[in-house]
Design a protein. Structure first.
Length: 232
């Protein structure tokens, strides 16, 4: 940030001098922080009907919040790895609660994933900020589902608005996994719930995915969202 104190204008300075200094300040700001046009939005299909919903996939250049069931996080991450293998792209997982277990996935599936392990919410937010501004990743996933509620409450609401402004300059998908709705400005919110019991521990992930109940709310959708359960 440029401090305007570095460009003092005497109170008695002629109007022309003030205007010239203002033009100079604007030029310096434009040089150091060039404007970037907002890219056209699109979608990235997940291949799973419940998550793709009426839009056909996850929105590029927008913030999507995935909230609800604790079981949704690991299943969505497996879905993420499937996307990477299909699209031949790269992604980052910011693990805010140290819940990701790479040993549960094949090395080939992990080859395109950058895993950032964070010990607290502040580290996770800073990591997300850095990776979103990098602009070389097709997907950035911020997993906050296992963090303590008091830590999540300390995240300023302005943080999410700032992230939205950053990601809309790119064609990346930015998904935040949270235990409850907390991002008021999210372009899309995907609420997930299930009715699993202990028998679910013996089921394969593909079967558990088909049993998820998903509710999608989009800021561009006029119809009220409904719960749906769809097979992959």
């Amino acid at each position: 940030m440029i401090n305007v104190v570095d460009f003092p204008v005497p109170a008695a300075a002629p109007v022309g001098v003030k205007g010239a200094r203002l033009v100079g300040l604007r030029s310096l700001l434009a040089e150091k922080f060039p404007a970037v046009e907002t890219k056209e939005s699109g979608v990235l299909p997940t291949g799973h009907a419940a998550f793709d919903g009426p839009e056909g996939g996850l929105r590029r250049g927008r913030l999507t919040e995935i909230t609800g069931s604790l079981g949704a996080g690991p299943l969505f991450l497996e879905l993420l790895l499937t996307i990477l293998a299909r699209e031949k792209c790269f992604a980052a997982l910011i693990d805010g609660g140290h819940s990701f277990s790479p040993e549960d996935y094949s090395p080939d599936a992990l080859a395109r994933l950058l895993w950032v392990f964070c010990r607290e919410a502040g580290q996770a937010i800073k990591s997300a900020d850095l990776l979103l501004r990098d602009g070389n990743l097709a997907l950035v996933v911020l997993d906050l589902q296992w963090l303590a509620p008091r830590d999540l409450q300390r995240i300023p609401a302005s943080t999410w608005h700032r992230f939205q402004r950053v990601v809309e300059k790119t064609d990346a998908v930015f998904a935040v996994i949270s235990p409850r709705p907390m991002i008021e400005g999210a372009a899309v919110r995907i609420a997930v719930r299930n009715q699993w019991d202990l028998r679910a521990m013996r089921c394969c992930r593909s079967k558990l995915m088909s049993e998820l109940e998903v509710q999608i709310f989009s800021r561009t959708t006029q119809a009220p969202p409904v719960w749906s359960r769809r097979s992959a």
